[in-house]
Design a protein around this ligand. Structure first.
Ligand SMILES: [Zn+2]
Length: 300
């Protein structure tokens, strides 16, 4: 009986299928119980086809992996445009889910699996155990549901995602006063497509995650990475203000024409600042920040 606790490989679920798939199909009982705390699954045809063309994981592969590894708390899922939308549904059978990652490895083509298939996981684990969420190149993402369900979230990565349009702000009653959300420690955001208007995140997302908090519960973000977040000047003015992010150590901003020197000075990361392709930040500004804040500055 394997005693391994962690085995990081995207072919992990494929290996479990090869080892136990037939036995599971025949009787579905007496399956071994692995001690693995992670499940990595690659449903994508794109990557796999280099080795065995046409073969992808069976649609219920994750269901078998969950049965074999009931202690798993860390799930990484890779898929493509032809992956059935319900491959992740069995994950709600896990007793805990701490970290979840879903990455689409194709772009441009409409996928069958989208954010609406992930929502049941957020509903099930978001308020109990989920602390890390990574979504890459997912469509129909509604940030309201992430912020509402994932109250324990500490690390959030949104990269190349398409966001539901029109925005569901009216249904959620968003206003500058109604700001509630998880207390993130790390935020990574990268826009997917410069030319696609429906990739816009609603501004309430920024007001929530960058909200300074109050004296009892200050914002605890330590690292913020932003690539083309398309924040409005109004949003920037109410978020990146003096002492808004008291624990911020690392700030990286890229392709952010709206950010000004004043915003960066207000954010005041204590350890590292990277500025890239931000129209209003000039080389002379970077030198000034470095001089004042005594931090490492990379300016491109
Ligand atoms: Zn909203």
């Amino acid at each position: 009986m394997p005693q391994l606790r962690t085995l990081r490989h995207y072919q992990l679920t494929a290996a479990l299928c090869l080892l136990h798939g037939q036995q599971w199909k025949d009787q579905k009982t007496n399956l071994p119980r692995y001690k693995l705390t992670n499940i990595d699954a690659d449903f994508s045809h794109v990557v796999r086809s280099r080795m065995s063309p046409g073969w992808v994981l069976p649609v219920d592969a994750l269901r078998l992996a969950v049965a074999l590894c009931p202690d798993a708390v860390d799930v990484r899922l890779r898929f493509d445009c032809s992956t059935p939308h319900d491959v992740a549904s069995s994950l709600t059978s896990l007793s805990r889910l701490l970290r979840f990652s879903a990455v689409c490895v194709t772009s441009g083509e409409r996928t069958l699996l989208d954010f609406t298939d992930i929502v049941p996981l957020l509903e099930h684990f978001g308020s109990k155990t989920l602390i890390t969420l990574e979504l890459k190149v997912l469509e129909e993402v509604d940030p309201h549901l992430i912020l509402r369900h994932c109250t324990r979230l500490e690390v959030l990565t949104l990269s190349g995602c398409g966001f539901v349009a029109p925005s569901t702000c009216p249904a959620h009653g968003c206003s500058p006063q109604s700001i509630r959300g998880p207390q993130l420690r790390l935020l990574f955001y990268a826009d997917g497509d410069d030319f696609s208007w429906d990739h816009y995140l609603p501004q309430c997302f920024w007001r929530t995650v960058l909200f300074s908090g109050d004296r009892r519960k200050p914002n605890r973000l330590e690292g913020v990475f932003l690539e083309s977040p398309r924040m409005t000047p109004e949003t920037l003015d109410v978020t990146l203000r003096d002492k808004c992010l008291p624990m911020l150590r690392v700030l990286s901003v890229c392709r952010m024409p709206e950010v000004t020197m004043e915003h960066l000075m207000a954010a005041a990361p204590s350890a590292y600042l990277r500025v890239s392709k931000c129209d209003q930040i000039k080389q002379r500004h970077a030198a000034r920040i470095k001089q004042l804040a005594k931090i490492e500055v990379k300016h491109e």
